[in-house]
Design a protein around this ligand. Structure first.
Ligand code: GDP
Length: 455
């Protein structure tokens, strides 16, 4: 439910910084501005003008900080309400004190994502765009950022609107006949309905097929490094991340837990997970690490199976290989600087096998390239104009709409008009839930609670 009270929060990250911003949104924003902020030149705050002045506590008369302030009158603001921003020095205590003052003047502390939620509820952006705002903040690659920006600008929302209007057109035709039950669906109208629904289905299918790419660009991929103890997993991780994050020793089983590091390869965020060596052990701590490694196999998008070129292929290697069935696996043949002992049995195959020496860096670039190509074969990751869905929420809703529309098409000749209209309405509802036209409070709570406070 939308309560029209005035909310406030610190909109800059926690900790100390150059500037800290307290943002206020709601009917009281202007009055709060007048109460706490005194511009250097006398007079009130005009909308959309940036003022220099000071923030003070009215009750004590004490100056809290020198600051800048801007008031953005509704509807020309992010939330479409009156919005006040107070820019003060970025020490955490200063910013907290300014927030306290604002709260004392009648604002309430905002919930996570509440500013964006109001922007959505006031119709400034739809749900896809609100989610894109969150993705922009979370983006850590250029590709993820440009995908999020394209969504924020409304490219995906426009596709959803296209689907909606096609379905509404079909629904209008179907319902026109419901009102005149004596008439059968004419041939021309039948054709028009089927054309509209086919075109809507084509857009839905195209968007569904973009999901995998969208998800990879947005979330990156997780790559699990696995192999028997001493094969060189930690050394490989260090080589890839180019520092000494994982502890490397010659004592088997040093990496007792899963180490996570994210690197960016050609614009793709790759989360590397270094596992404990898989082997039978009496050491409970290590066993726990191994169990976790096994759990992670299924979750990883790709597995790098490190084999030691200087040792022969052992039962341990076979055991690991067997555990990888069903996963995408690239073999990383390490220690090629040493005399080669390894012979991989014919029964074993990989998506690719790359020779490397983690010790002196041989094969590093080829390996990175190979990892990338596993996900984006022959295409570059620069997707400035890509319109894709990147959230399972979107995918599930579109899948649902697609299934209903296929059922609709199958029944078009035989089913009664009432049933056809129910199908169309169901598909419309699913499509509308993506952009938020028909999304209940619970779903909204879930979406916005993952935002940060102040956004
Ligand atoms: P892990 O148990 O699989 O994580 O293996 P480590 O990364 O700890 O490496 C085990 C040992 O192999 C260490 O002594 C490393 O210095 C050594 N090592 C790792 N990679 C190479 C390599 O490419 N060539 C050689 N000669 N030694 C390596």
């Amino acid at each position: 439910m939308y309560v029209r009270d005035t909310i406030a929060a610190i909109s800059t990250p926690p900790g100390n910084g150059g500037i800290g911003i307290v943002r206020v949104s709601g009917d009281k924003a202007a009055a709060i501005g007048d109460a706490v902020f005194k511009p250097l030149k006398d007079g009130g705050l005009e909308s959309h003008r940036f003022y220099f002045g000071s923030i003070s506590d009215q009750r004590t008369g004490r100056t809290v900080d020198e600051a800048m302030a801007v008031l953005m009158r509704a509807p020309r603001s992010f939330t479409r309400e009156d919005v006040l921003e107070l820019h003060c020095h970025g020490g955490w205590l200063v910013v907290e004190t300014v927030l306290e003052l604002v709260l004392k003047c009648g604002a309430r502390l905002a919930d996570p994502g509440e500013f964006t939620r109001r922007a959505f509820l006031n119709g400034r952006i739809d749900l896809v765009q609100a989610e894109a705002v969150m993705d922009i903040i979370a983006s850590n690659t250029e590709a993820a950022l440009s995908l999020a920006q394209t969504q924020r600008e409304g490219a995906l929302s426009r596709r959803m609107d296209d689907v909606r209007s096609l379905l509404l057109k079909a629904l209008a035709l179907v319902e026109a006949y419901i009102d005149f039950p004596e008439d059968d669906l004419g041939k021309t109208d039948l054709q028009l309905i089927s054309d509209s629904v086919e075109r809507a289905l084509a857009i839905i299918d195209e968007l569904l097929s973009s999901f995998e790419e969208g998800r990879l660009l947005r979330d990156g991929v997780s790559v699990l490094i696995i192999g028997k103890p001493n094969a060189g997993k930690s050394s490989l991780l260090n080589l890839l991340i180019n520092d000494n994050r994982a502890i490397v020793t010659h004592i088997p089983g040093t990496t007792r837990d899963i180490i996570e590091e994210t690197i960016i390869i050609n614009g793709l965020a790759v989360k590397l997970l270094d596992t404990a060596g898989i082997r039978h052990t009496e050491d409970l701590v290590e066993q726990e690490g191994i169990n976790r490694a096994m759990d992670k196999i299924l979750l990883a998008d790709l597995v790098l199976f490190v084999l030691d070129a200087s040792r022969s292929f052992t039962a341990e290697d076979q055991h690991i290989y067997d555990a990888l069935s069903g996963s995408r696996v690239v073999a990383v043949i390490n220690k090629i600087d040493m005399p080669r002992q390894l012979a991989i049995p014919d029964s074993i195959s990989f998506e690719a096998a790359i020779d490397i020496s983690a010790k002196n860096g041989i094969g590093n670039e080829l390996l990175k390239q190979t990892v990338c190509e596993c996900f984006f074969k022959g295409t570059s990751i620069d997707r400035r104009e890509l319109v894709a869905i990147s959230r399972s929420r979107h995918r599930d809703a579109l899948k649902n709409a697609g299934n209903v529309l296929r059922r609709f098409m199958e029944g078009l000749d035989q089913c009664g008009l009432e049933l056809l209209s129910i199908d169309l309405r169901e598909a419309l509802e699913a499509v509308a839930s993506v952009t938020g036209q028909t999304t209940n409070d619970e779903v909204l709570d879930q979406i916005f609670s993952s935002f940060c406070i102040g956004k």
